[in-house]
Design a protein around this ligand. Structure first.
Ligand SMILES: CC(=O)N[C@@H](Cc1ccccc1Cl)C(=O)N1CCC[C@]12C=C[C@@H]1CC[C@@H](C(=O)N[C@@H]3C(=O)N4[C@@H](C=C[C@H]3C)CC[C@H]4C(=O)O)N1C2=O
Length: 113
């Protein structure tokens, strides 16, 4: 298993900001909660955020964590970042604890890059 989860799965609604319409849209086919995590590739020392819908496992986010990434805790349960090109992702966490746990994993990954 070359990739390791940096924390336990966190429940969040994964959103993508639509610049044209200036509004957040749910990532994936339908709105709903996903299990999100930061995965570390143990050989390459690379990291990515993967989220899968609870309902049907649809992968709704699969985003590389790059060293220049600015992780913004906009509110205690809504965090966001740019993917370095043009997509802005938002995670609307179910609980403060999961938001903090995920943000901690993200910040650990950024320190290792
Ligand atoms: C300098 C910079 O890049 N700044 C970026 C943010 C940023 C800063 C630093 C590093 C990276 C990034 Cl990414 C920026 O400001 N961005 C990135 C795209 C979107 C946005 C631009 C405008 C809008 C205005 C309102 C605001 C917003 O979306 N607030 C949320 C909100 O309206 N919602 C979400 C929850 C709560 C709120 C917090 C859940 C759903 C919806 C809702 O409550 O219904 N915006 C942004 O965050």
């Amino acid at each position: 298993m070359s990739e390791k989860a940096m924390c336990s799965n966190c429940k969040a609604s994964v959103m993508i900001y639509d610049d044209a319409e200036r509004k957040w849209k749910s990532a994936g086919r339908t709105p709903g909660l996903s299990n999100v995590n930061v995965y570390r590739h143990m050989v390459q020392n690379t990291f990515r955020v993967v989220g899968r819908k609870e309902q049907d496992g649809e992968v709704v986010i699969n985003c590389a964590v790059i060293s220049q990434l600015k992780y913004n805790r906009a509110t205690p349960t809504f965090h966001q970042w740019r993917d370095g090109v043009r997509t802005v992702y938002g995670l609307n966490f179910s609980t403060h604890d999961e938001a903090n746990m995920f943000a901690g994993a993200m910040e650990d990954a950024l320190e290792m890059l």
